[in-house]
Design a protein around this ligand. Structure first.
Ligand SMILES: NC(=O)c1ccc[n+]([C@@H]2O[C@H](COP(=O)([O-])OP(=O)(O)OC[C@H]3O[C@@H](n4cnc5c(N)ncnc54)[C@H](OP(=O)(O)O)[C@@H]3O)[C@@H](O)[C@H]2O)c1
Length: 244
């Protein structure tokens, strides 16, 4: 029997670079997967097709996670399609770089609207609905412990996510639910490509002298959502190849 057989998993941002790989990895372990997407239905459909071609089960569901009613709808649709979720990976995220002195209100609202508000209300819905012994994983960033100029909104929103997750871990322990954070370092995705970071310099920050691959992160998530990780909660896993 596969390790996640019978489990239902919601992966937010399942249409993105890291999220799509997490979807495929958890499906490989036997989970039925909700491939959430924001705007890129084609990307989400591709992930669903890949999973089904390998004999797995998956469905694409759209939601603008900056809107609370969309977050609630994502969980409602999951319930209707597969049943009560066991695993929620809050992976969807965005970053708008630039010095604080040049930052406008719309950038603040965009980054905090998704990374902090969206993740918070997804955690709220997960807290209300998740099965006993469930798993909540929030995706942060190694930049929280190794901040850089120009990333104030991104780092600030991710730091909030890490701390909110620690609080939720204390609130959900009696149901056997764990709440953990996984923090990637620089990882080869569209987001990294648009970050303006120099890939060679970013790779050199790891003792392995390479960028992370989405598979490196997905393998860590697969462990964190497994039964093997039942005794770890409120923890942040640095998945940056020694970046921090
Ligand atoms: N790549 C890195 O170097 C790196 C490093 C550290 C941490 N991270 C974190 O890892 C996570 C995944 O990053 P990634 O590199 O895979 O990013 P990505 O390829 O840009 O994917 C971002 C995902 O978020 C979704 N999304 C964006 N805005 C949304 C909104 N308002 N509502 C709903 N969904 C929305 C996108 O959906 P659509 O495309 O369908 O709109 C997409 O699936 C993020 O939380 C990121 O902060 C990444």
């Amino acid at each position: 029997m596969k390790s996640l057989e019978g489990k239902i998993a919601i992966i937010t941002g399942g249409s993105g670079g890291i999220g799509s790989t997490i979807c495929e990895r958890l499906a490989q372990d036997g989970a039925k997967v909700v491939v959430h997407y924001g705007g890129h239905q084609d990307a989400a459909d591709h992930v669903v097709t890949t999973i089904k071609d390998k004999g797995g089960e998956a469905v694409p569901i759209q939601a603008n996670l900056s809107k609370v009613e969309d977050v609630v709808s994502l969980f409602d649709q999951t319930q209707q399609h597969f049943g009560t979720p066991d695993i929620v990976v809050n992976n969807a995220g965005t970053g708008v770089g630039g010095p604080i002195a040049e930052t406008e209100e719309d950038a603040f609202d965009k980054v905090f609207g998704l990374n902090r508000k969206g993740t918070f209300f997804s955690m709220r819905e997960a807290a209300r609905r998740l099965n006993k012994n469930g798993r909540i994983v929030n995706i942060s960033s190694g930049l929280v412990v190794r901040p850089k100029a120009g990333f104030s909104l991104y780092v600030g929103s991710k730091a909030a996510v890490e701390l909110m997750g620690k609080v939720l871990a204390m609130e959900l322990g009696e149901r056997g639910i764990t709440v953990n954070t996984v923090s990637p370092g620089p990882t080869e995705t569209e987001m990294f490509a648009h970050s303006g970071d120099d890939p060679t310099a970013a790779a050199a920050q790891s003792p392995f002298n390479r960028l992370g691959k989405p598979e490196d992160i997905a393998d860590v998530i697969a462990f964190v959502v497994s039964d093997q990780c039942r005794w770890i909660t409120g923890h942040t896993f640095q998945a940056g190849g020694g970046y921090v």
